[in-house]
Design a protein around this ligand. Structure first.
Ligand SMILES: Nc1ncnc2c1ncn2[C@@H]1O[C@H](COP(=O)(O)OP(=O)(O)OP(=O)(O)O)[C@@H](O)[C@H]1O
Ligand SMILES: [Mg+2]
Length: 277
């Protein structure tokens, strides 16, 4: 890892060949809402092909707002978002929300079918893709279950399968595991890393958790409090195996300490100060 606060660019995405080039760049991006709240101001950041990028910051600093802008779900009120490729060749996006937001009246199969149904694909036509997505998240045997029959971790897996079913090359995740117990969270962290490696996609992962961001990421952007901006960039060697040995290692503890310090410094720099999220 480079030092906390070091803005030196680093190559993201382990063993991804030519990957690592920017696919999307935000330049001086701001977002002010009608109610007078300025969520983001002068946000500069880029997303690099194949990386696992975490956006880390305190509650209310504009992480979800940034993710929505990246997804194209809302438009910036200042600055620009540059895409490396023309619209027709652009990455397809999968979005995983903080809450699983499943339709309670539909089965697991029906829930995962939704994005394809919206594209006009029948259940039968979509079935192979749905089965594959369920297989990937370890829910192959649960296609006919209903959300009420699933644990929180299983619901989140369904939500991830729903994002994967369109085979996105850019996966945006907004604190997907925040509501889960630690053991389930660790398990889903491991599964997510395996998926990322298997699929070769780019992940942008919003989190409050220093520990989660260090475990998962090849790069972390630490946000300062509202209006959100990048205060520090932390690169983590993508070649370090992310396993239980890593999670309990002195190296991991050291990286977490440095990341916490970067977060504390970012809070100190912000207008209102405040505590760690
Ligand atoms: N649609 C909206 N209209 C008005 N204000 C909004 C809107 N969405 C977000 N905000 C405000 O913008 C700021 C940033 O919100 P955002 O949800 O991006 O923060 P966050 O970093 O994701 O926080 P958390 O970690 O708690 O999810 C907050 O002050 C919030 O109240
Ligand atoms: Mg949020």
């Amino acid at each position: 890892m480079t030092g906390a606060g070091d803005r030196r660019p680093v190559g993201g995405g382990a063993s991804r060949g030519a990957h690592g080039d920017p696919i999307l760049t935000l330049r001086g991006v701001g977002k002010a809402f009608d109610n007078g709240v300025t969520a983001l101001s002068g946000l500069d950041m880029e997303i690099r092909d194949g990386e696992f990028l975490s956006l880390l910051g305190p509650s209310g600093c504009g992480k979800s707002t940034a993710l929505r802008l990246i997804a194209g779900l809302s438009a910036p009120t200042s600055g620009v978002i540059d895409h490396a490729r023309p619209a027709a060749e652009r990455h397809s996006i999968g979005f995983v929300f903080q809450e699983p937001t499943l339709m309670p009246w539909a089965s697991v199969f029906g829930n995962v079918h939704l994005p394809l149904r919206l594209k006009g694909q029948s259940r039968r036509a979509a079935e192979p893709a749905i089965e594959e997505a369920l297989e990937r998240v370890g829910l192959a045997g649960f296609r006919d279950a209903y959300p009420r029959e699933l644990s929180g971790g299983m619901k989140m897996r369904v939500s991830i399968a729903r994002a994967l079913v369109t085979r996105p090359s850019l996966l945006l995740m907004d604190e997907p595991f925040a509501a889960l117990d630690e053991i389930t969270r660790f398990k889903l962290n491991n599964d997510l890393l395996a998926l990322w490696k298997q699929l070769g996609c780019t992940v942008v992962f919003v989190t409050h958790s220093v520990f989660e961001s260090v475990f998962l990421s090849t790069r972390i952007l630490v946000f300062r409090a509202r209006p959100g901006q990048v205060a520090a960039e932390i690169a983590i060697d993508p070649h370090v195996p992310r396993d239980e040995a890593f999670r309990t290692s002195a190296d991991y503890a050291g990286m977490c300490r440095r990341t916490s310090q970067a977060l504390a410094a970012a809070m100190g720099e912000s207008a209102g100060g405040g505590g760690l999220a």
